[in-house]
Write a protein that binds this ligand. Structure first.
Ligand SMILES: [Zn+2]
Length: 508
């Protein structure tokens, strides 16, 4: 196939695939059937495209041309793999989607169980509810193992021994070096994290040596703040926030908001960039609560990034590439909820409720950074088959873990103090090292935010010039990688200092 027709085919394929997920998530279609789409575009998943891209890449010298073709190579590799796995992964997601548990004579969909647990104040009851899901999880784990083994064989066939090697090439990330760079975020925040966590636990009669991953959703649900984040005001708060930055969601035709209530619509907000920059869907189902506001803001950050991307860019820079870039902008908006100024402008929080919320949200933020660094450490060891046991500083010792599942449990639990069950040791791995995308985005978000505060003060989010300034980033789509964005913001590179500073002290 000619390069041009090939690109057109990719565009059509990606559009159909996104629409399939979109219709399902909107609650319009019952099941997801990606297999038919993969069959229809069969031509795209031939191994020869991978070989061709690699040959093309060798001939290129221009930096951005190289990146454009690396993104294409990533597309061909990931979809070639996915194409071989689609039957198994469809089975897995449909099995998960249709699974139910019975609680007090009531059938609850497995995917709904987490929400029920989050709203259950008694720890013992949460435990019982979680335990109902174990038999299904054991079933799913069998499929996850099968997928993993098949994926390993396929990747080796392409000449990549590990996931680390593959993504080092596709995402231009030196993962080993990145992990070393991030480690202080974990080790240097341990004392303050434990201290603040104990304070939060005390409010709920929980103890640090007996907390489990199912307690987390309850703690994060944080009902006590609900009245300050009402469902009815979610959309207007979102629109008002953007308007003061100079973006009118009521007239921005390329961002299409779907706020309709449908019973099967997914509860979480999401952004679906069907056509960048002409048609970006922002889907929301406001339910109120602080986490709901955060999700809305987050997805709206993705939406503005895509909606303000320069249309003249080649397709790969509009639709493909490094997720860390878009996540940076999404987190920038989400973390307005860490800002005292934003909270006093847009919510009814004040005095004691304001300090409580700021401390709470800061701690959750720190928790996530710690959990993701732990996940990153685990995934690096998982893929490099390094079962050496880690000490308290996350350095290798002479002992070894009995299994990868035991390694998962130990690392995640040591970093967060919440007991993570061994059964999650595969389901908690995101494909393509997404874990490192989030981490790089958190680091970059703190850098970018520090620049915005320097230029436009703590109330940068009320300044249209700050909106214009952000547009100078968004226009690049995914053309610049995260290190180049750091340079545009005036840094040498990714720099953990702004984030470390923020996470070293509670805000109040
Ligand atoms: Zn995101």
């Amino acid at each position: 196939m000619e390069q041009k027709t090939l690109l057109q085919q990719i565009e059509l394929f990606e559009l159909e695939l996104m629409q399939e997920y979109h219709q399902h998530s909107l609650g319009i279609t019952e099941t997801i059937n990606t297999e038919t789409i993969y069959k229809k575009f069969n031509e795209l998943f031939k191994k020869e495209h991978i070989t061709t891209q690699k040959t093309v890449l060798k001939t290129l010298t221009d930096h951005f041309q190289k990146r454009e073709h690396t993104y294409l190579l990533k597309f061909f590799i990931e979809h070639w793999l996915e194409h071989h796995l689609t039957k198994l992964s469809d089975t897995l997601s449909n099995k998960e989607a249709s699974a139910t548990v019975t609680w007090k004579d009531k059938k609850i969909p497995l995917r709904q169980l987490g929400i029920e647990i989050a709203n259950t104040p008694e720890q013992q009851t949460r435990k019982q509810m979680y335990e109902l899901s174990i038999p299904i999880k054991e079933e799913l784990l069998k499929l996850e193992k099968e997928i993993l083994e098949k994926a390993n064989t396929l990747r080796t066939e392409l000449g990549y021994n590990t996931e680390i090697e593959l993504y080092k090439e596709l995402k231009e990330v030196d993962y080993k070096q990145l992990l070393q760079q991030l480690l202080p975020l974990l080790t240097q925040t341990e004392t303050i994290y434990t201290h603040q966590l104990k304070k939060l636990l005390k409010q709920h009669n929980l103890y640090i040596n007996n907390i489990h991953h199912y307690d987390l959703s309850f703690l994060m649900r944080a009902k006590q703040f609900d009245t300050h984040f009402p469902k009815e005001q979610a959309i207007s708060t979102l629109k008002q926030t953007w308007l003061s930055l100079g973006f009118d969601l009521n007239t921005q035709k390329n961002i299409i908001i779907d706020a309709e209530e449908r019973p099967k619509k997914v509860p979480r907000a999401y952004c679906m960039p069907l056509k960048v920059p002409q048609e970006v869907h922002l889907v929301i189902k406001p339910k109120g609560g602080q986490d709901d506001y955060q999700a809305l803001l987050h997805e709206s950050g993705h939406s503005q990034h895509y909606a303000n991307t320069n249309n003249e860019l080649p397709y790969p820079f509009k639709h493909m590439g490094d997720h860390a870039v878009s996540e940076t902008y999404a987190f920038l908006l989400e973390y307005l909820t860490l800002s005292k100024e934003w909270l006093t402008t847009y919510t009814s929080l004040k005095e004691e409720s304001l300090t409580n919320y700021l401390d709470f949200n800061w701690l959750i933020n720190l928790f996530f950074v710690r959990r993701y660094i732990a996940k990153f450490i685990y995934e690096m060891k998982f893929y490099s088959n390094d079962l050496r046991k880690l000490d308290k500083e996350f350095q290798p010792t002479n002992q070894t873990y009995n299994s990868r599942a035991a390694m998962y449990n130990h690392i995640l639990t040591q970093a967060t103090h919440f007991d993570y069950p061994e059964i999650n040791y595969l389901s908690d791995i995101d494909s393509g090292f997404y874990v490192a995308d989030y981490l790089r985005a958190w680091v970059m978000e703190a850098q970018l935010r520090s620049v915005l505060i320097n230029k436009f003060t703590n109330t940068w989010f009320t300044n249209k010039e700050a909106g214009d300034y952000l547009k100078t980033y968004w226009t690049h789509g995914n053309k610049l990688n995260i290190n180049e964005i750091a340079k545009q913001a005036g840094f040498q590179n990714l720099d953990i200092q702004p984030l470390l500073q923020q996470l070293s002290h509670p805000p109040t």
